[in-house]
Design a protein around this ligand. Structure first.
Ligand code: ADP
Length: 311
């Protein structure tokens, strides 16, 4: 396990405005997005013991300002954010049909798609950071050139001792083809220290027969630390060449599975940054996921996070 040298983490990706139904055709505004969800839980849990922020791009409009204010109010660092005078944040609405939820997105023209336009900005934003977390969605929203610039910045970051974590979070609809998606994710694994895949996704899109097949494929790309999630199934962790299986404790009352994987990543990476051993990191991930599974939406309540034992 590669040591994380600075207690400073940045999630690279897109936060969207979320409109969640509260009944009678009314909606509540919030913010969500896979890497943002992970950063938010890390910030809540770690408090002042680490600096947690995002590397992203927003608009210069009032809504983007409100998001930055909300991040600051939640104790997050806002130093890795660039502003785009010509674009705004992406948005999605949740539509309820009984208990079924469908998601409707307006994100094709979001400012975050341009977060890797400026190599100087990326290098600056990564300076002094110990851990970076990103996802397959981060890669999917970038142009091919943007992806190249991001990978180059991550290579420099790692060469300077930084640790890179990746959740492949495979979303075929965000890619122009399945071949492009597989190639980009495989290339990204070459700059990844900690991979946090979900078995379902890897089985569907890479044909892995089981978690060990995922471990072997990612190890072959050079990833040392592979953490395979499988819903209620065991977590498989491979690091330093050895593989351990951790049972997932049952969650009493699952209300909504949205964001369970993002929350797992937050618990795992927060414990990892605080120097905990593998078993403690997996346990922290499972507890954070359980907190999110027990209520609606992708973010746990602040009080639920604050009652978790600190890493
Ligand atoms: P994703 O949301 O990325 O698909 P998974 O479904 O693999 O992620 O779940 C991530 C984590 O959430 C699991 O490792 C586990 O800790 C927890 N989890 C998900 N579903 C359940 C469940 N039914 N019971 C208990 N824990 C669960």
């Amino acid at each position: 396990m590669k040591m994380i040298r600075h207690r400073s983490v940045r999630a690279i990706g897109e936060a969207m405005v979320e409109m969640a139904p509260v009944g009678d055709g009314l909606y509540r505004r919030g913010y969500a997005g896979d890497t943002y969800n992970t950063a938010w839980h890390m910030a809540q849990w770690l408090g002042l013991r680490a600096e947690v922020g995002m590397i992203t791009r927003l608009g210069e409009d009032r809504l983007s300002d409100a998001f930055v204010e909300a991040m600051a109010a939640d104790g997050m660092a806002v130093s890795g954010i660039s502003r785009d005078p010509a674009r705004r944040m992406g948005l999605y609405m949740i539509e309820l049909d009984g208990v079924e939820r469908s998601f409707h997105y307006w994100r094709d023209t979001s400012a975050a798609r341009h977060l890797a336009d400026d190599p100087g900005f990326l290098a600056n934003a990564l300076h002094g950071v110990g851990l970076v977390h990103l996802s397959g969605i981060t890669l999917a929203i970038l142009s091919p050139d943007g992806r190249d610039r991001l990978l180059a910045a991550l290579a420099d970051f790692r060469a300077a001792g930084g640790v890179v974590a990746l959740d492949p979070n495979i979303r075929p609809r965000l890619w122009s083809s399945l071949e492009e998606m597989r190639a980009a994710l495989t290339r990204m694994m070459g700059q990844t220290d900690i991979a946090l895949p979900s078995l379902d996704d890897e089985r569907t899109h890479f044909g892995d027969a089981d978690a060990m097949a995922t471990v072997r494929r990612l190890q072959a790309c050079g990833v040392d630390e592979v953490v395979v999630k499988d819903g209620p199934g065991p977590v498989i962790l491979s690091t330093n060449g050895s593989v351990t299986e951790y049972l997932t404790p049952p969650v009493a009352k699952i209300v909504d599975t949205t964001g369970a994987g993002d929350a797992f990543n937050a618990g795992y990476l927060a414990a990892r940054m605080m120097g905990r051993d593998a078993a403690e990191c997996v346990g922290a991930g499972q507890r954070m996921a359980a907190a999110v599974l027990s209520q609606h939406g992708a973010l746990a309540t602040k009080s639920a996070v604050s009652t978790l034992p600190k890493p």
